[in-house]
Unconditional design. Sequence first.
Length: 341
Amino acid sequence: MTSSTLTSIEICAGAGGQALGLEQAGFEHELLVEYWAPAVQILRANRPAWNVVEADVRDVDFRPYRDANIDLVAGGVPCTPASTAGKQLGASDERNLWPEAIRMVDEVRPRAAMFENVRGLMDSKFEGWRNETLEALAQLGYEDAVWDMVYAADHGVPQLRPRSVLVAFRDAEDRERFRWPDAETPEGARASVGEALKDLVAANGWEGADRWASEVATTIGPTLVGGSEKHGGADLGPTRAKAQWRRLGVDGLGLANHGVAPAADDDVNQLFKLNVRMAARIQGFPDTWKIDEVLRKTNAYKTMGNAFPPPVAHAMGAAIREALEPTLTAGTRTSGDEVAA
């Protein structure tokens, strides 16, 4: 292959965190499938050239892409069946789209596949489910697929955000070349919430911004929780997460309206609420990614809170690209979309 661009198809694309990171790693998206209209709005507003299809993945026929020699299929299939915030029904959950992910692999026959999900999927109660998935891939010729954990904080994102990631390759040589990405930011050098948000918090001249960033918000934050399409999204997550945010000087009981930040004369010791742009920074989205202009607060936060952080997707995409095409230069990011950290 002589082109410096590899091709991909993605399902459950959400607000584009994975798609953006893969684009930064050198993948060109032939198709993005997302059924939730607000997320589709975000995708189309930021990348009009992307082929975004608003549809339930169960209604999409991927067979026309079989002859396109797609390099990678990917997706953030719904986490609800394994999420600790849900009932953990696993394969019996009606929202379980893993069979559709396997069907996409079968119909497209890409060189590689990558699917990300919540940490809960690695719990022992889902071992049988994971093994069945690996067996299904092996039967399609994707042998020795592997599941492992990645942590957003290892890639410059100021939250831990552990995710389980499944990677599979069609050809043995590509599989043997693949290496999980190393941590880009060692634990002692992780970006703090204060470092990431200081300029946004100080946008209105708040006198407490320096103290907040250097003395209070000095660690990574808890994992953002965006809720689901029908539930959640109005605050920063469960009780434990809210308590962690409080220790970082943030009121996790709600979200500020778009563009709202502490005022210049606010108490220097006050708690304040994050706005959606701040949440997007904590997820690793660049400031160029249109959010506020597209959606109202709650839906905007849901799209951000559920996203796969672009820096993590970039790291995974670069590792897959290096396995598929080791002679190509991996990791070039799109101009103007440098990852915010």
